[in-house]
Design a protein around this ligand. Structure first.
Ligand code: XIL
Length: 309
């Protein structure tokens, strides 16, 4: 969630009941200087959400990206970094818990800790522990300490179908659970391309195996990007609609899948054009003038059909 314009707010309130700060809770924003926290931007979202009865999902507490440069200072010892990360996690959770009781019911605690080949990503936080997953475990333990009632989520990209990365996520979570680490769910980001996306049946299979471990699943950042030449072609927009439909359907049919979030809703405010330098865009169900695209109608149809069952 982001802009302050009236139309954005109007559409948001008409269609959604859960919001996720896109970047306002990133470490580099909330903790730009060591020990100096600034939650102004995220507070604005929380105030708005509270006023209008929306739930907020915290995003995120530990991520290799979105960091201020000071975190990478080699002069910080691993023991100091451990204290810094614990303080970051707990100060952040407690800030929102105290100010807006029960507004944030779930936190993305760790984001994108695994590489495409299934190995652990080398994160600036890896050196906190003796094994590559130690900082991940500690993050969940610290988060649980700060808010024992929050749903704690591990979130990953391109780990939605069955592939080496999602297999590694599965194994990691299985291990954490066997060690009684307080983790409750897995977030499937689902940033996909119109010509490259996991088959919805595979996404369901992945959700099912996580469910069998006793974990919730959630679609956290869905968007379906189009190449520049296809931003407005009928065929591409219809294909996009059917891709959205497939994923919404997988979640609504899988009882462990609790909710679906998109990474924005209007092409006017989307991370895609910026991140992919204009080569990709038009990833969301409303266009840049807030007009519903075929994807909007296919999502609504799927939600209505499945909720009527
Ligand atoms: C993106 C935000 O949308 C941008 O505004 C920011 O500059 C970079 O991050 N996976 C994630 C999100 O988990 O945090 C990313 O969000 C998109 C990819």
């Amino acid at each position: 969630m982001e802009p302050s314009e009236l139309q954005f707010r109007k559409y948001l309130l008409k269609h959604f009941n859960l919001v996720t700060p896109e970047y306002e809770m990133n470490f580099r924003i909330t903790h730009a200087r060591e020990g100096n926290y600034d939650f102004t931007a995220a507070d604005e979202i929380c105030r708005f959400a509270k006023k209008h009865g929306l739930e907020v999902r915290g995003h995120n507490l530990v991520w290799h990206a979105g960091l201020p440069t000071w975190v990478n200072d080699p002069k910080i010892t691993s023991e100091q970094l451990r204290i810094i990360l614990k303080d970051h996690i707990q100060t952040t959770i407690r800030h929102f818990k105290v100010r807006y009781p029960s507004l944030i019911r779930s936190w993305i605690v760790v984001n994108e800790a695994i590489e495409e080949d299934g190995s652990f990503r080398k994160s600036p936080f890896t050196r906190i522990g003796n094994s590559p997953d130690e900082y991940i475990k500690l993050a969940f333990v610290w988060a649980h300490e700060a808010d024992p009632s929050a749903i704690l989520i591990y979130n990953e990209k391109h780990a939605e179908g069955i592939n080496p990365r999602s297999n590694a996520v599965y194994e990691l979570l299985k291990k954490l659970l066997s060690e009684k680490i307080p983790v409750n769910g897995v977030g499937l980001q689902l940033h996909v391309r119109i010509d490259e996306f996991p088959p919805p049946a595979e996404v369901m299979e992945n959700m099912k195996r996580l469910d069998n471990l006793g974990l919730q699943t959630t679609i956290t950042e869905l968007d379906v990007r189009l190449p520049k030449k296809d931003f407005a072609t009928r065929q591409a927009l219809e294909k996009q609609a059917s891709i959205y439909e497939g994923f919404v359907n997988s979640c609504t049919k899988q009882k462990s899948c609790k909710d679906i979030s998109m990474w924005g809703f209007t092409d006017l405010h989307s991370w895609v054009p910026n991140y992919f330098k204009g080569d990709w865009g038009a990833a969301l169900p409303f266009d840049d003038r807030y007009r519903p695209k075929p994807a909007y109608y296919s999502i609504m149809k799927t939600l209505t059909k499945n909720s009527a069952r």
